[in-house]
Ligand binder design. Structure first.
Ligand code: ADP
Ligand code: MG
Length: 693
């Protein structure tokens, strides 16, 4: 790969291209409209659309699409060609400002949670000029927001953009108190993406992976991750070739793919980009996941983004590194060399602590899914209890403030703080805090509860909104104060006293923490059906409505969509298990026992005394009988779901009843797998899947 800087962003209609191709006045009008969040006039849009089209044609594009992010969690696109007929029977390539600004895809097949009546199937997509257009597969992709004909949002981008505006306005109120003017405040995100790679030929033989993205059966391998030899280990040639090509594809699309390495589990890897504005980071993460899947196929691999593809080894998450910064590049979560004297930093920190404490339920809801339920609380990812890790340094500072004492950094701390403060603070943020759901890591927070398959939009909508709310409450108080400095210090102190229960620096995997969290009154929402209804709590609906993120109806519809998705996911998993049981596992076990018994009979005829076959066949038969009964019970449990009265009831039913039966069935099948000869097994084992690339 010769010239990375030249390749980078070569398929993006970015700043450079715009400056180059748009008349200066148009470019300035455009930039100004983006900054202020104002709509563009049609004449301006026409000029931009035309320049975009010319550029796209030069890069081999023939089509355009409004690229959007419906509630399915993935992206959607409907390609339209640029062709327009002329009077003399030819075609020209045309793209108007109207086509750029607004599209009208049929919305009827996307989840709406009851918002959109079926007779009104039309939906609108609206251009998001804050995220650059790009070319993918010969198609000009225009990032857009998606709403119903009557204006209800049906996607993840519109509320994310709204939440960005809320943070901007709230943070600027705080900065104004310090006399700091800024063009704009944004939140920034760098999401670390984990994934598994498996051989495609093996993947094809596993219905569970094909239909559900995770293995539903599979005996543990003799070697899992206990040797700790995969993390950061040497990357295998086939995986390396994949990573190299993935980087190239992403760079062309302007994605700042930065680090690629092996993760903890065998066959598990991670990609981290350099952080950028949340909205763009969210679009880029969608592209990253899409290209991971595509590029893998080119290498005879399949990329698994499911949170728990394999039992017994680590699942995959997505760490959402998040901060607040001015567009001039001033990171508002940078503690500086003397954090204890940095009132601005402490104010933002206090606001975040307050926000996380008051809206722990919403943060938990934002990471709830059937897949992620296998991780949270399973001692491999943060527990389901939301808490904040600050590290010793900051905790000591806050404690001093709380007690009204002078903070005296000790000699060692001084030494650390005298240099670059970031590595110093990061130092004590290593080991233990891997268990923290929301950890301060030097100049940003790392929200670690996200599942690998998530769109990062949801969790960031919540983060932005709750922090904007806290900042606004602070501003309301402080703007009125005569002595601003004194008022700020008082407010920081009050906030710490009130919300310190959410701060926890210890090991989140221990039972002691579960007990302590309970005594502190923190929530421990263990499963998705348990967590989701919290989104509809009055205080949460109030929050969303107040900030114009969602209407009450939109909140309810989202809960409905997520509950339904949960129930459907488990339903498909259960059906897949039954299919594999009857079509694959029982026949395999029968064939093996049949051969064993044949052998046993032959030996008996020959008078051979020592014979293991009959004994082994009996053991397997006992397990197959249990499997069969368990399968019957599971099928019956699935029928029972029909009696559920509403979506909440149904989601709970799948969790409490169906999942239990699935676990039982799996335990028998896995025990049998251990006894059945490799050649008889109907699908590749964990050993082959995890070590076969
Ligand atoms: P880790 O120890 O978790 O690997 P890194 O320093 O490598 O930490 O950063 C992880 C991610 O955090 C990267 O994607 C990086 O770009 C992102 N990041 C760093 N600074 C910020 C910031 N100010 N805002 C958001 N994300 C950030
Ligand atoms: Mg990290």
């Amino acid at each position: 790969m010769s010239n990375v800087p030249k390749m980078f962003g070569s398929l993006v209609f970015n700043e450079t291209v715009m400056k180059d191709r748009l008349p200066t006045a148009t470019y300035k009008t455009f930039k100004n409209a983006v900054l202020k969040g104002e709509a563009l006039d049609l004449p301006i849009a026409n000029i931009i659309a035309n320049a975009m089209k010319d550029w796209a044609l030069e890069h081999g594009a023939t089509h355009f699409t409004h690229w959007f992010q419906p509630m399915t969690g993935i992206t959607a696109e409907k390609h339209e060609s640029f062709i327009a007929p002329t009077a003399d029977g030819r075609v020209i390539m045309d793209f108007s400002g109207k086509e750029l600004i607004q599209g009208e895809p049929d919305a009827s097949s996307f989840p709406s949670g009851g918002l959109r009546a079926t007779f009104e199937a039309r939906g609108y997509t609206a251009w998001d000029p804050t995220s650059y257009a790009f070319i993918k597969d010969g198609c000009l992709c225009i990032p857009t927001a998606f709403c119903s004909y009557t204006g209800e949002v049906l996607d993840k981008k519109a509320p994310l953009l709204r939440s960005m505006c809320c943070v901007d306005q709230a943070a600027r109120r705080i900065l104004a108190l310090f006399g700091q003017a800024t063009e704009k405040v944004v939140t920034t995100v760098g999401p670390e993406q984990e994934y598994f790679l498996v051989d495609k030929a093996m993947w094809e033989q596993r219905k569970d992976l094909v239909y559900t993205g995770r293995t539903l059966f599979g005996a543990k391998v003799p070697k899992g991750q206990e040797m700790e030899d995969h993390y950061f280990g040497i990357i295998k040639p086939r995986v390396l070739a994949f990573m190299k090509e993935l980087d190239e594809e992403l760079w062309k699309l302007g994605v700042l793919a930065k680090t690629e390495h092996n993760e903890v589990a065998p066959a598990q890897h991670e990609l981290a980009p350099i952080f950028t504005t949340t909205n763009v980071a969210s679009d880029h993460n969608q592209l990253t996941m899409e290209f991971m899947k595509r590029v893998a196929l080119r290498h005879g691999l399949v990329c698994l983004l499911h949170e728990k593809p394999f039992a017994g080894v680590n699942g995959s998450g997505k760490h959402n590194n998040w901060s607040i910064a001015t567009t001039e590049g001033d990171n508002l979560l940078n503690p500086g060399k003397e954090p204890h004297k940095n009132t601005r930093f402490l104010l933002f920190l206090a606001a975040i602590i307050k926000a996380v404490d008051e809206y722990q339920d919403l943060l938990r809801v934002s990471v709830a899914s059937a897949g992620n339920d296998h991780r949270l609380g399973a001692n491999e990812a943060p527990p389901a209890i939301v808490s904040v890790f600050l590290g010793t340094e900051l905790t000591n500072i806050l404690e001093a403030i709380e007690k009204g004492k002078q903070y005296n950094p000790d000699a060692a701390a001084l030494l650390k703080l005298s240099g670059d403060v970031i590595p110093a603070l990061t130092k004590d943020n290593t080991d233990r805090n891997r268990t923290s759901p929301f950890a301060f890591t030097g100049n940003k927070f790392e929200f670690r509860m996200l599942g690998s398959e998530f769109s990062i939009a949801g969790p960031n909508i919540v983060l932005n909104t709750i922090v904007a709310e806290a900042l606004n409450q602070f501003a309301d108080k402080l703007e009125k104060a005569a002595d601003k400095d004194a008022a700020m210090k008082k407010l920081i102190k009050e906030t710490i006293v009130k919300h310190k229960r959410i701060v926890f620096n210890g090991d989140g995997y221990t039972d002691a923490w579960v007990e302590e969290a309970k005594s502190r009154g923190l929530l421990n929402l263990k499963s998705t059906p348990e967590a989701l209804p919290y989104m509809e709590a009055e205080k949460n609906i109030e929050l969303f409505v107040k900030h114009g993120i969602f209407t009450a109806a939109e909140v309810r519809s989202r809960v409905e969509i997520m509950l339904e998705k949960y129930a459907k996911t488990i339903n498909i998993e259960a059906l897949t298990m039954l299919d594999m049981l009857y079509k694959d596992i029982l026949p395999a076990a029968a064939a093996y026992t049949n051969d064993l018994l044949g052998n046993a009979a032959s030996k008996k005829d020959l008078g051979i005394k020592n014979c293991f076959e009959a004994d082994l066949a009996a053991k397997i038969s006992e397990l197959t009988a249990k499997m069969y009964n368990s399968g019957e019970k599971l099928a019956k449990a699935l029928k029972g779901a029909e009696k559920c009265v509403d979506m909440k009831d149904e989601a709970n039913y799948y969790h409490d009843t169906v999942l239990k039966e699935m676990e039982l069935l799996r335990s028998y099948a896995d025990a049998a797998e251990e006894l059945i000869g490799e050649d008889y097994l109907p699908y590749p084992t964990y050993g082959k899947l995890l070590y076969g690339v």
